[in-house]
Design a binder for this molecule. Structure first.
Ligand code: UD2
Length: 367
């Protein structure tokens, strides 16, 4: 810097330092910039860290660690306000008729296993937004009205919800009154003449939605089947890092009778003797990054199968089951959270919270 006074040198050094700090801060705390950095390859998409390419990345990691330690995620800590009165929990009495923890120590959510007074006191302070995807293509738009109206009564009541409705018929979206802080966003997608493709392509669309739109706009995402209604409370007890739901048709079924994909040629293959539960494709969710990773894997495996001329037995649901077999969900929802009207009553399910309506498939599917 020839011709500069010491003051000018100091000034420009300070300015450069501040600029670098500002950029690093923006990179990691502005969720909208992060996808761009993923795309241009500065941050590794999988690890969400700087690419390990020498001194720059080491410096970046050090800065990241320093900054991270001062910025705990609002979804991580469960802080209870002081002075809250609630029923004392017990470790020696409670429901004994159902299992409430999976062998890998993930809770299984059943009525009687959580206290909404405690949970709401914790989550209300976090100011969270739950993105919720619903696909309504072709004649399935007819299910939207009941879905949305019942969701407004029972689903995440009191919390911010962004419903992302994927449809090929945007003109047919019903006008449903939403509570404050809740919004509908309509995303036009191409039609398909195969229901299998509509169902399976949801993985790709959810992945792209997270990457391109909702990062920075939501904390959690839940993905729900539209041909369903809410019947009772479905709240923050479901939130977790990666959440799977036990399918109502198979919750008491032997391992050998679970309808996993059994052909080794498919990327959804689960060998006989493996697997835990059969999970439904109709309800899954979690933190954005965990759901993004899951949908990306399912999409990649589905596409590899297609290239090899094979379609898994239950489309994306088979790939989902394969993923959850080897990437254990952090929380499981009992069949209270995914019932089907055709099943009638069960002694284990004390409350039906969300249930698929009985329908004649031929009236709604394109093929
Ligand atoms: C099961 C799963 C479903 C999915 C499917 C894969 C449960 C209870 N359901 O349901 O999640 O994994 O198997 O085979 O676990 N859709 C449309 N338009 C169509 C067809 C489908 O929008 O023409 C969407 C819609 O959001 C629907 C979803 O795809 O809710 C699943 O389709 P389905 O309900 O017909 O599939 P089903 O009942 O076999």
């Amino acid at each position: 810097m020839q011709g500069c006074t010491p003051n000018m040198k100091l000034y420009s050094l300070c300015l450069t330092g501040a600029l670098i700090l500002l950029i690093v801060y923006a990179c990691f705390y502005s969720e909208s910039i992060r996808p761009v950095l993923h795309d241009i390859g500065i941050i590794d998409r999988k690890s969400d860290r700087f690419h390990d390419n020498g001194a720059n990345s080491t410096c970046g990691l050090l800065l990241l660690r320093t900054l991270s330690s001062h910025h705990p995620s609002k979804t991580r800590n469960k802080i209870l306000p002081q002075g809250l009165l609630y029923k004392k929990p017990s470790v020696v009495s409670g429901r004994t008729d159902v299992v409430s923890v999976a062998p890998w120590m993930a809770p299984i959510v059943w009525e009687g296993g959580f206290d909404s007074v405690v949970l709401d006191s914790i989550y209300e302070q976090m100011n969270i937004t739950v993105a919720t995807t619903v696909f309504a293509l072709g004649k399935y738009v007819a299910f939207l009205k009941d879905f949305l109206e019942t969701a407004e009564k029972h689903y995440m009541v009191g919390y911010k919800v962004d419903y992302y409705i994927f449809t090929d018929r945007p003109g047919d979206i019903p006008n449903v009154t939403l509570a404050e802080g809740r919004r509908v966003r309509v995303l036009k997608v191409p039609s398909s003449n195969r229901w299998q493709e509509i169902s399976a392509r949801r993985m790709e669309m959810i992945q792209l939605l997270i990457e391109n739109t909702i990062r920075g706009q939501a904390d959690y995402i839940f993905c729900l089947d539209v041909d369903s209604k809410f019947h009772a409370h479905f709240g923050v007890e479901v939130l977790g890092r990666l959440v799977a739901t036990i399918h109502p048709g198979y919750y008491a079924t032997d391992r050998g009778s679970l309808p996993y994909e059994r052909r080794p040629e498919s990327r959804a293959y689960i060998p006989w003797g493996e697997g835990d539960f059969y999970y439904g494709g109709a309800v899954f969710g979690g933190l954005l990054e965990d759901v993004r990773a899951m949908t990306e894997t399912c999409r990649r495996n589905f596409e590899a199968d297609t290239a090899n001329g094979i379609e898994a037995a239950w489309q994306e649901e088979s790939h989902l089951n394969r993923y959850f077999t080897y990437n254990k969900p952090s929380k499981l929802l009992s069949p209270e959270y995914l019932w089907q009207d055709i099943h009638g009553w069960s002694k284990d399910v004390k409350i039906i919270r969300f249930s698929g309506v009985a329908k004649n498939y031929a009236d709604f599917r394109p093929n």
